[in-house]
Design a protein around this ligand. Structure first.
Ligand code: SF4
Length: 329
């Protein structure tokens, strides 16, 4: 029985069992905490059916004001480094920062973290303007079904995303994609996803589960079932033993973490970091990892690490302090 049939026939435990062995053999038991750093709350496209930013577009009168202060972005990068997390990517809506500005921010983040950053800043033909500060480029595929994709993301065509990832490959960048489960896809769509990963030589995939935002067509839709999510991740791990898999769970779904780790996730994401740090929610994440038999890189609870050291950029200190104070509340 192939992996898709196994999902459909509820053989999820078989899939997870196999995926767990593959993951432990290939990667060991270390799990990363990942933080997407958003640079703005504005997106000029603003028409993806599930997206929070699409619900905000009409409310933002001056897009420039929806840009984050760059010092605040960098302070976040500094704190992420201190607590041993990875920067999942830097992300922002369309037309909020220019390529030069994004490059500048990425260079500073590289300086802070010592690691080149992943980009997730929409479809761009400007990739040749980036350099050693970038490790890879993320294509926000969202739905791995061309018909569904065009319906829910009418302004970002799959062809253009694929073209960008091919260009990224030509330029020597790594390639990642994001997929959201719960948008109306079926398990059969995994055929398309697996072909895409194969054809484009994707090295990293980030799965998210639908977060039904108010004022979007999904506001009354359920999040995907935990076993469907875990089965999908396990099937992907079995098909692609080398692929880096990151999985996102929202604060209301922390019980998903254990099954997702057993299913083959290498990293976990989508947490409101400063709201959760040092709280029972942060402790719960650490417990989920422990009871999956994994070891967490970084911390969700250690204030000493958060407060440790000084930024090499003194102008960030007030911003760093503000974030730490938020965690200590
Ligand atoms: S392009 Fe990205 S940020 Fe803009 S509406 Fe779509 S999902 Fe949201």
């Amino acid at each position: 029985m192939n992996v898709i049939k196994k999902i459909e026939n509820h053989k999820t435990l078989d899939l997870i069992n196999k995926a767990n062995k593959i993951t432990l053999n290939g990667y060991g038991n270390k799990i990363t905490l990942e933080r997407a750093i958003f640079i703005s709350w504005w997106c000029d496209k603003g028409d993806c059916a599930f997206c929070y930013m699409s619900s905000q577009k009409s409310k933002i009168k001056d897009p420039k004001k929806a840009r984050r202060n760059v010092n605040s972005i960098l302070a976040e990068a500094e704190l992420v480094k201190r607590i041993g997390w990875n920067i999942e990517f830097i992300s922002g809506g369309y037309d909020s920062f220019s390529t030069e500005e994004i490059r500048n921010i990425s260079q500073k983040i590289y300086e802070i973290s010592g690691k080149p950053v992943w980009l997730n800043v929409g479809i761009t033909k400007d990739l040749e303007k980036y350099g050693e500060e970038i490790i890879g480029v993320t294509g926000a595929i969202e739905a791995a079904n061309p018909v569904l994709h065009d319906k829910i993301c009418p302004s970002k065509s799959l062809e253009d995303i694929i073209e960008m990832l091919e260009l990224a490959d030509d330029l020597g960048f790594k390639k990642a994609i994001t997929i959201i489960l719960g948008l109306g896809e079926t398990s059969e769509d995994l055929n398309y996803l697996f072909n895409l990963i194969n054809d484009l030589g994707i090295q990293r995939i980030i799965f998210y589960s639908l977060n039904p935002h108010r004022d979007t067509i999904y506001e009354n839709s359920p999040q995907p079932a935990s076993l469907y999510y875990a089965g999908t991740v396990a099937a992907t791990r079995i098909k692609f033993p080398q692929l880096e898999i990151i999985t996102g769970t929202w604060i209301d779904n922390l019980a998903n973490i254990g099954p997702l780790l057993l299913a083959g996730a290498n990293g976990i994401t989508k947490f409101p970091l400063f709201k959760m740090f040092g709280t029972n929610y942060g402790r719960r994440v650490e417990e989920e990892v422990k009871w999956a038999g994994r070891e967490l890189r970084g911390t969700f609870t250690d204030y000493d690490q958060l407060k440790m050291g000084k930024s090499p950029m003194p102008n960030l200190e007030p911003f760093i302090k503000r974030y730490i104070d938020k965690c200590l509340k």
